[in-house]
Design a binder for this molecule. Sequence first.
Ligand code: MRU
Length: 347
Amino acid sequence: MRVETLRWAHDKLEMIDQRILPAEFRYLSYDSAASVAAGIQSMVVRGAPAIGVAAAYGVALEALRCQTASASEFTRCMDAGLAELARSRPTAVNLSWALQRMRRVWDGVAHGAPAKIAARLLDEAHEILAEDIRINRALGAHGAALLADGARVLTHCNAGALATAGHGTALGVIRSAVAAGKTISVIADETRPFLQGARLTAWEMVQEQIPVTLITDSMAGHMMAEGEVDAVIVGADRVAANGDVANKIGTYMVAVLARRHRIPFYVACPLSTLDLTIASGLDIPIEERHADEVRGFRECRWAADGVKIRNPAFDVTPAELVTAIITERGVVHRPDAPQLRRMGESL
Ligand code: MRU
């Protein structure tokens, strides 16, 4: 079964509601930039590439919504929509990457009638979605070559089909290795507090009958010490020019443990996740989410009222802990600024 995380249907964007998986499977429908921005903020859609694709559709939807307005009203509407989308989540650079690409397309046809602009922007959103799947397949093939037959691969968060337009990045590597005939098993960190590993990665692997074992985040070190992990593969929300990697909170801990146990630590991401404007991970904005996500889950509250809570949603793994970054253009071993600059500039 191919998971269609986002799809265009009935002149609207539909997205799987990832807040309620796997208990329920339902699509929600979106018809404006503001509604897509709210869907991104509330994590109906999440994962860096999927956020980028959703934002691109948000721009196209706003153009369609305002296409009968005067040229000046259309421009006002679009500027507001783009700004709202840009504010929805700060860490994944794929969001601003997609918005900049959509703005360039708009600039290129800005002299035309709003309806023509809207049609062109919708085409571009469709292309970004299709391209993301192609990129993940290419990246998956490069990464699959790094995994030995029989490898037991630990992953953190969800960098699967649900985090992209399809196939996935970290899970894309696993899918491609399995498709190439390798026997691969997955160890999924549950990934507190939003449980992307327990709810989403485990679900995706079960759907495809790829063997998966769920552990709590605190069990990763023990599993490595017991010799039960051959490789770690994670996704990324932003890679700085020097190779520092921002990804789901807890990734840094896993990378430190992997180095301690001499286990390769791979990062799989499209080149749109590379931010050459940022020198190091110190400059990556880290989203701080609502305390309720840590205080409990849904209706259940387990922490005392009044307790101080922190909820940084991402952390930064220094480049020195990264064995290789797997991209659609190939694998960057021991990533550093010169190699990443060459890779980024080859686009
Ligand atoms: O908060 P989320 O669920 O959007 O965080 C997602 C991650 O950290 C993923 O690992 C990352 O975006 C890569 S997805 C291919």
